[in-house]
Design a protein around this ligand. Sequence first.
Ligand code: AR6
Length: 169
Amino acid sequence: MTELTLVKGSITEQAVDAVVNAANSSLLGGGGVDGAIHRQGGPEILAACRDLRASHYGKGLPTGEAVATTAGRLPAQWVIHTVGPVWSTSEDRSDLLAACHRNALRVAAELGARTVAFPAISTGVYGWPLEDAARIATETVRTTPTSVEEVRFVLFDDRAYEVFAARVR
Ligand code: AR6
């Protein structure tokens, strides 16, 4: 059984095997979690992302997929970059948000990671309502068979923490 845990704080401070990045398909950085990871992790992460673009993702990493790089100077071994869907009121993109979590767990297991920290993917710049994102994230992790032992949701503020706490306890 995978244990779900919650922490209020920054994903960049988590001493886990892998941290998940809420990236964009360019893999070249951005704001929010992505900006914090590149800032704290240093240029090694961006260099690895550029290599991945050149070798595999010339057109960008598709929404819902996940890929790993070094974590540079972060207190983790790997960053698993995934691209969340932008919230839409005209289209149900829940499957893509679930796919981010499933694919990040698959990549983590392939790496042998036992502890993985997730941010609240798509709930910032991409505008996904927090309650719905928390439901999809926790249900997906609970129903995905994986060798990952701990999934830690890292919430940046009180409100996000409370919304996830309602799902995890
Ligand atoms: N640690 C944990 N959570 C954080 C941190 C942090 N250091 N910083 C922000 N959050 P976002 P998205 C929370 O916007 O919605 C980027 O520019 C934040 O409060 O980082 O998937 C990418 O390059 C929110 O609840 O990711 C993409 O272009 C959650 O993390 C785009 O944003 C996610 O917010 C992706 O947008």
